[in-house]
Design a protein around this ligand. Sequence first.
Ligand code: FMN
Length: 380
Amino acid sequence: MNKRKVLHTELCDMLGIEYPILLAGMGGLAGEGHSAQPKLVGAVSNAGGMGVLGATGLPLDELRAEIREIKSLTDKPFGVDVLLPSALAEAPPADMSLAEMKRKFVPKEHIDFVEKLAEDYGVTLAETKQEFIFTEEHSKKQIQVMLEEGVPLFCSAVGILEWVVPMAHEGGMKVLGLAGNVRGALRHKKAGADFIVAQGHEAGGHTGRVSTFALIPQVVDTVSPTPVLAAGGIGDGRGLVASLALGAVGVWVGTAFLFAEEASITDIHRKMMMDATEEDTAVSRVWTGKTLRQIKNPIQEAFDKSGMPALPMVTQVLLMADLIDSLADVEKYDLLCAPTGQIVGMLKETKPAKQILDDMVDGAIKLLGQTLPDKVRIES
Ligand SMILES: Cc1cc2nc3c(=O)[nH]c(=O)nc-3n(C[C@H](O)[C@H](O)[C@H](O)COP(=O)(O)O)c2cc1C
């Protein structure tokens, strides 16, 4: 019998996994739950990579239930990804309802704009029923749940990790921080993160200004010997090999795993991804106040064209919450945020997560096994 070849880096030893491929945490999508939910996390971990649960916005009981579900699906290591509130400097008091916060913090001009948008798209605005959980207190409780449940890896894209690292390490949990520039990567290193993801502009979801190709080697050089994973636009074996060539020890993959059969996304999001070219995504602050890449949509375009300044993160979320929930209630998912990276133009097939991972590994092994990539010659 043909034994599968192994693609191994130091990341595999550090995390106890077979292949240096992590499923990126993906969460917080209205109408879709979260994309990187237990089934997908379990499938990626079982296939030899590492699944990471996108747990942003999950109340504590749901977080615990989903971690337990993952543990029932796999005995392999996995991670949990949340947004931390330390980046949300203007976080309002936790005991206010979202509606009260909105009245207090969101400017009338912005509210009028969103009400007009709702009218234009024939949606009756209802007050959101979401609770506000972006507080440091809630984050500490989330981490406590992760420690109690023995989660091996804590991940966060937004937020500073200073207070997380000692708490996690004391409970035996490793910490991964994501950065879109060298300064952010250095901050994670100083805070004691075990791994740093350097993520380029191409990525789906919140993203910075520097492209993957330029960012990876600069972060690798700056934070060495802290291991770096590459993210943003990695969709097959070529992306994995390029990441390793740039000095990364592994990859953090979001958009490509949205094409997994196990991914929890709406049929509309899936169709939008199938139809999208590499030019059909846009970066906008409309949904969260921070730059976020998604498939272009009319709400995002209307906001961006209006010239209306985006509000700081929490305030913009408050502004949009009623509209998002009201659109989701009437299943107008095509008007909602569909975070997706530029690599989407290349990906057109839904497959089991294991197949996506195996194809990436096999492609990388084939490429690395060649003396030189196709069409490259060295002459003397
Ligand atoms: C649908 C979707 C949802 C995402 N949700 C989150 C999230 O909740 N928290 C987070 O830190 N990053 C989130 N991201 C970013 C991913 O974790 C990851 O950094 C990114 O997808 C990597 O780039 P790629 O899409 O080009 O692979 C999301 C990305 C996508 C595509």
